[in-house]
Design a binder for this molecule. Structure first.
Ligand SMILES: Nc1ncnc2c1ncn2[C@@H]1O[C@H](COP(=O)(O)OP(=O)(O)O)[C@@H](O)[C@H]1O
Ligand SMILES: [Mg+2]
Length: 259
């Protein structure tokens, strides 16, 4: 499970990221790397700056300073939708499914490059659009199958449980055909049986070639899934290493157990 020494190249490299909110230094000179094909973990006590780091990587919040290279290109100046088009998508700590739409429609909204969005193409290319819609539908159903939600396709997203919403969020991320998915606490508020299912599915998507960066408080999830783990505390990098190294790292133990 752990990467060999001849590691593949990094897919994401962020360096020197800083973000303050008023007087609060949420992220201070943070760095992170995600190797292509890995499941990388990001952990740290509450308020460590993990979600803010995700927001900086995906430019949902503009960094005060710092550089983000994704797939060999600087992306820190691109708007979030363009970053998603480059192949970096994220999910949210609180799942953001549109509850009054069906599960399938939530998936279709997440599809990239919809020809039908452009007015002139609606006028002149109905056949192209119909074909594209059919392809998106088929793809959405295949992904819903892979997240275990195919039988819920026509249900309102609002009727899903917390865990099922997390799966829908991951499904929506997969719909964008990304290279890297950032998952913010995929196991939070999810019942234990569904946590195992989410983990199994992450492993199988990873085996199919998807790279993940995962924030998670559930250490069993982090330890069983991740090749490498980065630790933050008080906005800064504290340590990084294999799950085994991190588990017995004195600074990490101190940050979690208190000084
Ligand atoms: N939009 C915001 N405005 C003000 N403070 C924020 C904002 N977002 C995060 N913070 C603060 O930044 C710090 C890091 O938060 P966060 O990134 O959510 O931590 P984590 O995800 O590790 O729990 C916290 O002190 C939090 O209160
Ligand atoms: Mg958070």
């Amino acid at each position: 499970m752990v990467n060999s020494d001849s590691s593949p190249p990094p897919l994401l490299v962020a360096t020197g990221l800083c973000k303050s909110f008023g007087g609060i230094k949420a992220v201070q000179d943070a760095e992170i790397q995600v190797t292509c094909g890995s499941i990388t973990g990001l952990i740290g006590p509450n308020g460590a700056g993990k979600t803010t780091l995700f927001n900086l990587l995906s430019n949902f919040i503009r960094p005060d300073k710092g550089r983000v290279i994704f797939d060999g290109k600087p992306i820190q100046h691109l708007p979030p939708h363009q970053i998603a088009r480059e192949g970096l998508v994220r999910t949210f700590q609180v799942a953001r499914a549109l509850s009054r739409l069906s599960v399938l429609d939530n998936m279709l909204l997440a599809a990239q490059k919809q020809t039908g969005e452009k007015f002139w193409q609606v006028q002149f290319q109905p056949l192209v659009i119909a074909k594209e819609e059919k392809q998106h539908r088929e793809r959405a159903m295949a992904i819903l199958e892979s997240v275990g939600l195919a039988s819920k396709a026509t249900d309102y997203a609002g009727s899903l449980s917390g865990g099922q919403r997390k799966l829908l969020e991951i499904g929506r991320a997969l719909m964008a055909n990304p290279k890297l998915i950032l998952l913010d606490e995929p196991a939070a508020g999810v019942n234990p049986r569904l946590i195992d299912e989410i983990c199994d599915r992450i492993v199988s998507w990873n085996k199919a070639g998807m790279t993940f960066l995962i924030i998670e408080h559930n250490m069993d999830v982090i330890m069983s899934l991740c090749n490498r783990v980065w630790v933050m505390a008080e906005g800064k990098n504290l340590a990084d290493g294999t799950p085994e190294e991190i588990q017995c790292h004195p600074k990490v133990l101190e940050a979690y157990l208190g000084k």
